[in-house]
Design a protein around this ligand. Structure first.
Ligand code: MG
Length: 167
């Protein structure tokens, strides 16, 4: 991928409560765990944070406005499909994602064995080579809801450029 000048950045955060019973979906990847994330959609905090960061970068309404949890169409929704819709939308407006840097906040499960798969899936959803996607995982040192194992959160930043075909 040739280097492109980043013209705007966006930040996204999300947190979902853990409940007993899987599957746990993070970054579009199913991770073996005895708990999953509660949510109107599939509860994928990573894809929600990435989606919100992209929307924010280009000044579009946030993920909650775009895909309201009061709308039955999004019950159990595949967050990958929602992200793909947003990537296509910003693409039609002349924007392309350049890179994304993701931090997952989770006390459990250990994510080191899954970061590669998450990276590959997020890169595929964004149409990026894997080296433009970073997935980092941090515990919360036992503090707060994440540290008590009650929730998993995500923080991410994205960079976008003007699409080459729109220059
Ligand atoms: Mg969410």
């Amino acid at each position: 991928m040739e280097n492109r000048l980043i013209e705007c950045v966006g930040i996204g955060t999300d947190i979902h409560r853990l409940q007993s019973g899987g599957p746990l979906r993070l970054g579009g990847v199913e991770i073996p765990f005895d708990q999953g994330l509660l949510g109107h959609s599939d509860g994928d905090v990573v894809l929600h944070a990435v989606t919100d960061a992209i929307l924010g970068a280009v000044g579009l309404p946030d993920i909650g406005e775009r895909f309201p949890d009061s709308d039955a169409r999004y019950r159990g929704a595949d967050s990958g499909a929602l992200l793909s819709e947003v990537v296509a939308d910003v693409g039609s407006r002349g924007w392309a994602v350049v890179n994304v840097d993701v931090v997952v906040h989770a006390e459990r499960p250990k994510l080191s064995a899954h970061k590669g798969a998450i990276r590959g899936r997020v890169a595929a959803l964004l149409g990026l080579p894997a080296d433009r996607v970073s997935i980092k995982a941090k515990t919360n040192e036992g503090l707060d809801a994440v540290g008590r194992g009650e929730a998993i959160g995500c923080t991410c930043v994205v960079g976008l450029c003007r699409s080459p075909d729109r220059k």
